[in-house]
Design a protein around this ligand. Sequence first.
Ligand code: GRF
Length: 210
Amino acid sequence: MTEKFKVAALASGRGTNLQALLDEAGRPGSPFSVVLVISDNPQAHALERANREGVATAVVLRKDHPSRASFDEALADTAKRYGVELVCLAGFMRVLTSAFLSRFRGRVINIHPSLLPSFPGLDAPRQALEKGVKVTGCTVHFVDEGVDTGPIITQIPVDVEPDDTVETLSARILVREHVAYVRSVRQIAEGKIPFPHPALALAIPPMETP
Ligand code: GRF
């Protein structure tokens, strides 16, 4: 049997995108396997989801590290120990620095609840409602040193309804996030997307700021 493509997820919270990946990895013939879930939050429901599926977990606490760089190095060391090929951010509430990204250049992806480059950062569905856009959606993208700025892999649009609240809109986007994330990870694992991302794999990391 050929070895499956090894995926790790970094998650801080409820982990529904992680669950979508775990479900897909469990299907017969899946080209990838989730080998590790790392969290910065010991209470994250994502960790329970991983435990339930028998997937290894690790908790790396920011407070145990004197700097962002040393926290990021600990995350990268952990993922390297498991031979991880692709890192999926799945509701990970910290911005990774080059201390992590330089170890997984072009191998980190994220799911974001808007059609980037519109509405990066926190509360994207709220930003979309406040702006009054009629269509929003979700984006899967490679991660670079910016916030939600890396090369886009796929997007799915979602109509904004006149009576939408942040909750109803977020819920409809979330359903599409699961589809987009699973599809992207499958395509990467099957070699259908250039991987590691060529431009990011070559990038020279910027100088660390203290
Ligand atoms: C999702 O909306 C994702 O787009 C954003 O964080 C949220 C995580 O949700 N990056 P979950 O933990 O996967 O349910």
